[in-house]
Design a protein around this ligand. Structure first.
Ligand code: PLP
Length: 439
């Protein structure tokens, strides 16, 4: 149990925290689970509540190399004790970080802009794309989420078509998600190419609204879309359509980057394409708020208009020290290999459960980015959100944290820290087996 006498902040009960949140905090904040958890400590793949109970964390794709990884914590606290300033002074950490980060990306992606979040990265990328192309229009994928700022809400069908959303703007066109399980084109060997052509159709819609495309935003694997793996050939075709119309191609790797897919550092690599802009966030600082845009020298040069891009906190020595430690830990602890092996083991186990119990329509994934889609009927593939939600609550009762996602909220979403071990995976699969037996 955590020693709360070490903390200088009063420790309140969950009920009191909820009451005070309702009074003094943003009223749109949500909490996970019908009985919210008060989590007070994290270590590796584990989270601990205020009674000392351990929970296996299969949700957190931010604390990527494990909660409170000692190396990352040390890098941040040591630098914090020496200096924290901004990019207007020369500092080795900033340049060292840019060198290490760009070394993981294919040419010509060699110029880094640092930000404080994924939203800021996607926002800045929009400005870069507009400056480079002179166009305003944007093509996005259905159900995508790219951030919470006004311009990113406009690029996020997940939000603008959701509760409280203001609908689609004229400068935005939406292409269908390349979902080969429940989408318009299913189980076809040329699905990637055909879905890619739909991006061309979206560009035509944009043009008929008087907008030329500046950029195509697509996650390299679809998170809010329900753990969708892009079919082969999809990005090659989509990028060709966008580039032919004078637009740039952006890979949003905010959720899926930094080796989660196991066989590569970046999820777009499996599609055999090189984006013009890559945006990064969540796992980049292992919980420390950071984000980044990486682009080509030509696109970066188009942004040089005389107006400075200055961002007070972005690229500070503490953030860069932590970002660098994350890259080093991924490499030295061979976490990509771990993600691949443990991810494959989980998918095999899920497919075995799929064969033994009804209701799991499809198991899909790459590395430690995995989805299990719950359907009411495997022929018609009707979504079964109630069952997916029941699984999440029952697993929580067994101290395993999971979530659901997808347009119908029926996809069990698995995206743990990539230090997730085979023993963790065995524990998860045996508890899921027990839960499916009773539901
Ligand atoms: C794919 C994707 N892009 C961008 C963002 C926005 O990142 P942030 O919440 O750090 O602003 C998110 C956040 O969930 C995301 O999932």
């Amino acid at each position: 149990m955590i020693d709360t006498t070490q903390l200088h902040i009063p420790q309140r009960s969950s009920d009191e925290l909820l009451r005070l949140r309702r009074t003094h905090l943003n009223p749109t904040l949500s909490v996970a689970y019908s009985q919210p958890l008060k989590i007070v400590r994290g270590e590796g793949t584990w989270l601990y509540d205020d009674s000392g109970q351990a929970y296996l964390d299969m949700v957190n794709n931010v604390c990527h190399v494990g909660h409170c990884h000692p190396r990352v914590v040390r890098a941040g606290s040591e630098q914090m004790a020496i200096l924290n300033t901004n990019t207007r002074y020369l500092h080795d950490n900033l340049v060292e970080y840019a060198l290490h980060l760009t070394a993981t990306l294919p040419a010509p992606l060699s110029v880094v802009f640092l930000t404080n979040s994924g939203t800021e990265a996607n926002d800045l990328a929009l400005r870069l794309a507009r400056a480079h192309t002179g166009n305003r229009g944007v093509v996005v994928l259905d159900h995508a989420y790219h951030g919470h700022s006004p311009s990113m809400i406009e690029l996020s069908p997940y939000k603008f078509n959701g509760k409280g959303g203001a609908g689609q703007s004229a400068h935005v066109a939406v292409a269908p998600m390349p979902d080969t399980y429940r989408g318009e084109i299913r189980d076809a060997s040329d699905a990637g190419q055909r879905y890619g052509q739909r991006v061309g159709t979206a560009i035509q819609t944009l043009q008929s609204n008087g907008h030329k495309p500046a950029v195509f935003y697509a996650e390299s694997l679809l998170g809010c879309g329900g753990q969708i793996i892009l079919p082969q050939g999809y990005l090659a075709e989509a990028y060709a359509q966008v580039r032919a119309a004078g637009g740039l191609c952006l890979a949003d790797e905010v959720q899926v980057g930094f080796g989660r897919v196991g066989d590569a550092m970046w999820a777009f690599e499996a599609q055999g394409v090189v984006p013009d802009i890559v945006t990064l966030g969540k796992p980049i600082g292992n919980g420390h708020p950071m984000g980044a845009v990486v682009t080509t020298p030509e696109i970066a040069a188009s942004f040089v208009t005389g107006m400075e891009y200055f961002n007070t906190f972005a690229g500070n020595p503490v953030s860069c020290a932590m970002g660098l430690a994350v890259l080093e830990v991924i490499e030295e602890e061979r976490l990509r290999e771990n993600a691949l092996q443990v991810g494959n083991f989980i998918m095999e186990g899920l497919r075995d459960l799929q064969n033994r119990y009804s209701g799991i329509g499809e198991v899909r994934g790459r590395g430690l980015f995995i989805g299990a889609e719950f359907v009411a009927d495997t022929n018609q593939r009707l979504p079964d959100a109630a069952r997916a939600k029941a699984v999440v609550e029952a697993m929580k009762a067994k101290h395993v944290l999971l979530s659901t996602d997808g347009p119908d909220d029926n996809v069990l979403k698995i995206k743990p820290p990539i230090v997730f071990s085979r023993a963790n995976a065995e524990e998860f699969l045996s508890k899921l087996d027990a839960v499916l037996k009773t539901l």
